[in-house]
Design a protein around this ligand. Structure first.
Ligand code: AMP
Length: 316
């Protein structure tokens, strides 16, 4: 099984949505990513939690086969984020971000972790992302994500990092803010010029875009009538996407990248059906593949070559 190393936040989230709320629930970019990617590949998690991090959360992660040997416990409080969502579930309003133990986190990767071929720099301080990447021994694939908190405070560090990134994920509004462009297509164009050969722009309940070379590919979301909690959708999207690519072992083929987009959309759709990590912790691969096929079948529109030929013949 191919392996992925992920560094990012491990958090206690307090979230309010139109469907309810949760308080100090398990969250964080690296958490959602790991739980989604582990259905496809083995995952090693690098990060830090405080001494208040519940033992049951660590047990949940290790119980799902995630390598937590790089998950350190430091004196102090775990990273905390609180946010709320209105009717547009694709826009989170951040109410508070407390970096806590992440403020002083300086990870030193083990020899085994440095050799992992696929690395995901999940949303966290871009300087920390760069520090982890610098320790890797020529990874085959480098992917990264970020968010408005870091775009606002450290945009230059993000741009510097992007020169070393193959695949970049971000939300529509974040792409526009980072690139200083008014729409996601223009924004992806600018971001690609800084380094990544693949740029994925997530548009929440409006689907996603993938730019490879000069071409944009468009994807709808998996249709769901109710979204309980969008938190972590972007990270589980990246987990499904990179998990699938790592399992395929091919990183630059358009068909594999399109399937990765579909698996990403599917994992994100499971994620938002319940609060925190509840709905992605105990899926099974058959259920995921079933929804993947349902999704790609719904997306495909038959070509009309015959109809066009007949129309032209009649017109001639
Ligand atoms: P998303 O996939 O974008 O919904 O990511 C949500 C997760 O990101 C939440 O579980 C938060 O704990 C985490 N998060 C929020 N703000 C930050 C930040 N500034 N840096 C790292 N992680 C964050």
């Amino acid at each position: 099984m191919n392996s992925i190393l992920v560094v990012g936040s491990i958090a206690l989230d307090t979230v309010k949505t139109t469907e309810g709320s949760s308080c100090d629930a398990l969250g964080g970019s690296a958490t959602f990513f790991s739980l989604a990617a582990r259905y496809f590949a083995s995952v090693s998690l690098v990060g830090v939690v405080g001494s208040d991090f519940p033992a049951e959360h660590r047990a949940l992660l290790s119980g799902r086969g995630i390598d937590v040997s790089g998950l350190k416990t430091a004196k102090g409080k775990t990273f905390r984020w609180s946010g709320k969502y209105g009717r547009d579930a694709s826009v989170a309003k951040t109410l508070a971000t407390h970096l806590n133990v992440f403020k002083d986190f300086r990870p030193k990767l083990s020899e085994a972790h440095r050799k992992i071929p696929v690395i995901f720099l999940a949303n966290i301080d871009p300087e920390l992302q760069a520090e982890v990447l610098a320790q890797m021994k020529s990874p085959a694939l480098v992917a990264a994500d970020t968010m408005n908190f870091w775009i606002g405070s450290k945009p230059e560090a993000i741009k510097e990092l992007l020169a070393k990134v193959d695949i970049f994920f971000c939300n529509e509004d974040e792409a526009e803010a980072l690139a200083e462009r008014p729409n996601p297509l223009q924004a992806a164009e600018v971001i690609a010029s800084w380094g990544p050969s693949v740029v994925v722009v997530k548009k929440g309940e409006h689907g996603s875009l993938m730019k490879i070379g000069s071409r944009f590919y468009i994807f709808p979301p998996f249709p769901l009538a109710t979204i309980k909690d969008p938190t972590g959708a972007g990270d589980s999207f990246a987990g499904g996407f990179l998990g699938y690519l790592a399992s395929a072992g091919v990183y630059d083929d358009v068909d594999h990248l399109k399937r990765a987009m579909a698996y990403g959309s599917v994992l994100a759709s499971f994620n938002v059906e319940d609060f925190s990590t509840k709905n992605i912790s105990d899926l099974d691969r058959d259920l995921i593949d079933e929804r993947f096929h349902d999704f790609v079948d719904r997306m495909s529109v038959p070509r009309s070559d015959e109809l066009i030929k007949t129309r032209r013949a009649v017109a001639a």
